[in-house]
Design a protein around this ligand. Structure first.
Ligand code: FEO
Ligand code: CA
Ligand code: CA
Length: 642
């Protein structure tokens, strides 16, 4: 129907980029021969990648010494021996003081607005008191990406006949939660009541700011100013700023709007964003905002990065238009060597791009208030990966190059609202679904998870497999300068170096083209890298999401980790496994590295309320599986991963 596969998990695989990838087959070959030189050169002693001939059980030279969990699907989760994995908060648990108790048989919108939302995704841990490195008391900020009605109610599948009462529960189950958490002794608990506790939903008032705010294309009947918008949706990953705010990304916003997508002046723009007028939800039936026919510009008010101040429960969330509009997977923040804020963000669709925003002003490290609108003014650019191992950031600036009136860009607002089309004209490199990005504060290197792209038929330098069924991880290396206490990194500079850290898949099957460190075990390889985080030791933690392929392949999703420097580079090891159907999201470490919080999203997906494949974590009849945040600590104390 409408070209949309029945399996919604595949919808990101449907390309909406008509510009076409230039054929770089021969360039890719050049790049691969260059890799060994690069690995030994700029990386200073990094082990070069080698093809795998088989899998082994030993941890080899990895600094990660935990015993791996196994590649087996199960109804409950599993963590490496010696670690404690405990549910901290579940869908339906209280956030507001007056939240009703969770009752699976009677979900209400009023209750859901006060309870922890559905499908926890991105997690950020912000210490209390603010500005400290406190690792036993803080705020946990949690995205709620989407809802699975087939697991929330009996006898409802995806479709558009849901009653309004249920639709409003879905809207309240979206958005974000802020909860206060404290470690007492061995275990973490949610602090209730808390002055910080807050729910943000698909109806929370927000402000649009930056160069596109107030533009005609952002004005609606309900908001003639083009600056006030209700709600945020499909919040996938995000980021934390050095000034103590959280950025949350609006990803698959295109699947929330119903109506005739081909009518009116926004038709071409909608097409590029995959807005086809068929929605996952039936919200358009009771809320004009989700009807393309009644509020044709409303989709232009989604697809942004939203900034939230979790320390101020009354602060209005702000959609920062300077960061561009696309299907933002996340928003990874770095500080450049000249003191400016840099935000990296992938656009998660087959053949879409990686973007970077550099603020015009420097971060004020003394007065937090001066950073309040820092993300409203700066330069957005898009990545072109070249075969010589360099990459260029191409600025998306109105009036420069092809971004002119003749090409349909009358202002910078048009460039930002139609960032995808602007990036097409600049000939950015089409990628294999850019997911979450992590920046290492130790080395300055930037890791981009490219989850997979079954539709790829021509390779390019940075996407070397066609089709790409298992995903890979690209490593960017900005210039690094010695600093007094830390490395200073040219995150703002126009040219970086890049390399491929690993190519996912089963290394025992040569047909996969998988490449890791040769010592990766039969349990240590992974498919579909999605979320990621860097621990205080500088190691990369990789969360996976295979979607429907998890059950087909019989390989669980979960949390893996590897060194990125030294002899254990790209030697991934399997640390934590989700219950069946679940993907692993959000890994977030406390500053001391002794706790990692993970979000188990959609446990039991591919089954339904009446016959769920798991009832994790409650395991009670009549209670469906519940997306939950899990706190993982080491029983003997000490840092995670030792
Ligand atoms: Fe929400 Fe691209 O994962
Ligand atoms: Ca994701
Ligand atoms: Ca995902």
């Amino acid at each position: 129907m409408n070209g949309i596969p029945d399996d919604p998990e595949l919808w990101d695989d449907v390309p909406s980029n008509p510009s076409g990838a230039p054929s770089f087959s021969e360039i890719a070959a050049l790049h691969i021969s260059r890799r060994a030189v690069l690995a030994g050169g700029i990386a200073g002693g990094l082990a070069a990648l080698a093809p795998i001939s088989g899998s082994r059980a030993a941890s080899g030279p990895s600094t990660l010494t935990f015993e791996e969990v196994t590649h087996t699907l199960g109804t409950t989760d599993a963590v490496a021996p010696g670690y404690d994995a405990r549910v901290l908060i579940r869908w339906g648990d209280a956030v507001a003081t007056d939240a009703p108790a969770f009752d699976a048989a009677s979900l209400t919108a009023d209750g859901q607005e006060k309870q922890f939302g559905y499908n926890n995704d991105f997690l950020a841990y912000l210490p209390l008191p603010p500005g400290t490195q406190g690792s036993t008391h803080g705020l946990l900020c949690v995205n709620h990406e989407y809802t699975n009605r087939e697991l929330m109610w009996p006898d409802t599948g995806r479709g558009d006949a849901l009653p309004e009462a249920q639709g409003r529960v879905e809207m309240a189950g979206h958005g974000h939660s802020i909860v206060e958490v404290r470690r007492e002794g061995e275990h973490w608990a949610v602090v209730r009541p808390s002055k910080y506790a807050r729910r943000i939903t698909a109806a929370t008032p927000m402000r649009l700011s930056g160069p596109a705010a107030g533009h005609t294309r952002l004005k609606t009947n309900a908001d003639p100013t083009g600056t006030r918008v209700l709600g945020t949706i499909n919040n996938c990953a995000g980021g934390m700023t050095p000034w103590g705010t959280v950025l949350i990304a609006e990803e698959n916003f295109n699947y929330y709007f119903a109506g005739n997508a081909e009518a009116g002046p926004e038709a071409a723009s909608r097409k590029r964003y995959g807005i086809k007028g068929r929605a996952w939800y039936a919200w358009h039936r009771f809320d004009d905002r989700f009807s393309l026919d009644r509020e044709p510009r409303e989709p232009n008010r989604f697809g942004w990065v939203v900034e939230i101040d979790p320390y101020d429960p009354n602060a209005t969330p702000v959609k920062r238009t300077a960061l561009g509009r696309f299907k933002h997977e996340g928003a990874a923040v770095a500080v450049s060597s000249d003191g400016r804020a840099v935000v990296y963000s992938g656009d998660d669709q087959a053949f879409d791009y990686v973007y970077r925003f550099v603020s015009a002003r420097k971060i004020d490290i003394v007065n937090r208030e001066n950073n309040r609108d820092l993300l409203d003014d700066g330069e957005l650019s898009v990545a072109r990966f070249d075969a010589d191992g360099t990459m260029a950031w191409l600025p998306l600036i109105h009036g420069q190059g092809p971004l002119t009136e003749e090409n349909g860009f009358a202002s910078q607002a048009d460039v930002l609202i139609d960032a995808r089309r602007a990036a097409d004209l600049l000939q950015a490199t089409p990628m294999d679904r850019p997911e979450q990005i992590a920046v290492s504060p130790r080395t300055g290197r930037v890791y981009i998870n490219l989850t997979n792209n079954s539709a790829r038929d021509e390779v390019n330098a940075a996407n070397p497999r066609a089709p790409n069924r298992y995903g890979h991880i690209v490593e960017l290396s900005p210039a690094v300068y010695p600093g007094r206490t830390n490395v200073r990194v040219g995150h703002h500079e126009p040219v970086f170096k890049w390399d491929i850290l690993l190519q996912a898949g089963d290394p025992a099957d040569p047909d996969t083209g998988a490449k890791y460190h040769p010592d990766v075990s039969a349990n240590g390889w992974l498919n579909a890298p999605d979320g990621c985080a860097i621990d205080p030791e500088g190691r990369l933690w990789i969360a996976t999401d295979q979607g429907s392929r998890q059950i087909k392949r019989g390989v669980p999703d979960g949390l893996y980790a590897c060194d990125v420097v030294g002899k254990g580079r790209a030697l991934t090891r399997f640390f934590y496994r989700t219950p069946i159907g679940g993907e692993l999201c959000g890994p977030a470490f406390t500053p001391d590295g002794q706790t990692v919080f993970v979000a188990i999203q959609h446990p039991g997906e591919r089954s339904d309320f009446n016959a769920p494949s798991t009832r994790w974590p409650d395991f009670q009849d009549g209670v469906p599986p519940r997306p939950s945040v899990v706190a993982i600590t080491r029983k003997a104390g000490g840092r995670i991963g030792q």
